[in-house]
Design a protein around this ligand. Structure first.
Ligand code: SAM
Length: 327
């Protein structure tokens, strides 16, 4: 009470926790969709495209026998991808207890799921927790170091405060071995801010998504005073309705360098598709997933609005400095 700053921090901490809870509750409430429901989704091809992007990242960087930590693993939608890469060990962490329960059911062989008889070849540990608030390396002291850390469509939830953004990167750095790889996909701040500048108000979108900013974060030229805590609401039809935070990529890159990472690459999803669709094995994977259909402009392919929504995302690969232990 004697320190006016103390009060402000208390309020900031409280609202950060409330937003983290909102995000967790949102994802917890989304139960597993049945296969028929998934196929009827207006963003089915976007989901397939995003699965293709994650599969490509995993195939490019996972090696047989790798120990993997999947931060914000959700319902375990990537378990099959890791299985195909023949990893040796998997740890998944997510803040949403409903998602971790679904993930556990999926791993153990869900009776309703189309992968009914699937048994994964690797042992897994699934934990419910806030990856951006706690020292995950302490929780996983017996499992570390890991060869790969993956954080798919979730790192932007750490950017609500500088402390959380730092905790996220500190955790990944502490969990990885020297030379270990950090892969992820997150909203592309450059695209989002460009679209905001072009928009008439503080909202933009199309038939499958909308983004809405609060005025308080920007001056008249859409410049923010801080690179952290720039909040917007993101709605993706049949998938997301959540507070999210802008991750300015240049700030992310320099912060990552402070935590011993070097950038291997960063690519917007459109560029990613163009680049990896030059490789026959990934063209074949795209065909099998059915994301781009057969190229006809009908229901069997990605709509123009879904393709525009894909443009909102980017993928990155970072490498933890140092040489891997040869022993
Ligand atoms: N990575 C999964 C995938 O690609 O299918 C799930 C992505 S989903 C869009 C975002 C996930 O981030 C949700 O499962 C949510 O519960 C999780 N999440 C959000 N904030 C988190 C936090 N602070 N700690 C752990 N998980 C978090």
């Amino acid at each position: 009470r004697h320190d006016p700053q103390g009060g402000a921090h208390f309020l900031e901490d409280e609202s950060t926790k409330i937003f983290a809870r909102k995000v967790a509750d949102h994802y917890s409430a989304r139960s597993n969709q049945k296969l028929e429901e998934q196929e009827a989704s207006p963003i089915i091809h976007l989901k397939k495209l995003n699965n293709w992007i994650k599969s490509v990242l995993i195939q490019l960087y996972a090696r047989r026998g790798d120990a993997v930590v999947d931060l914000a693993c959700g319902k375990g939608g990537d378990l099959i991808k890791w299985d195909k890469a023949k990893i040796g060990y998997y740890v998944g962490i997510d803040i949403a207890d409903g998602s971790i329960k679904d993930c556990r059911t999926h791993y153990n062989g869900d009776a309703d799921h189309h992968q009914r008889w699937k048994r994964f070849t690797f042992p897994a540990r699934l934990i419910c927790g806030d990856c951006y608030e706690v020292r995950v390396d302490k929780v996983l002291a017996d499992d570390a170091p890991f060869d790969i850390c993956s954080c798919q469509f979730a790192l932007h939830y750490s950017w609500s405060t500088e402390a959380r953004a730092r905790q996220a990167l500190a955790n990944v750095s502490a969990l990885l071995r020297p030379g270990g790889i950090f892969i992820g996909t997150m909203p592309d701040a450059n695209v989002i801010i460009k679209k905001l500048r072009e928009a008439e108000g503080l909202t933009f979108g199309n038939s499958v998504y909308w983004v809405c900013f609060d005025e308080e974060f920007f001056d008249k030229k859409f410049k923010s005073s801080s690179p952290f805590g720039i909040k917007y609401t993101f709605h993706l039809e049949d998938a997301v309705d959540c507070p999210e935070w802008i991750v300015p990529f240049d700030v992310f890159k320099s912060l990552a360098e402070e935590y011993d990472f070097e950038l291997v690459f960063a690519k917007n999803s459109h560029e990613f598709v163009h680049e990896y669709m030059k490789k026959s094995e990934f063209v074949e994977l795209m065909r099998r997933l059915g994301a781009l259909g057969d190229g006809n402009q009908d229901q069997s392919t990605l709509s123009a609005d879904e393709w525009e929504a894909a443009y909102l995302y980017m993928s990155f690969v970072l490498r933890k400095r140092g040489q891997p232990d040869k022993s």
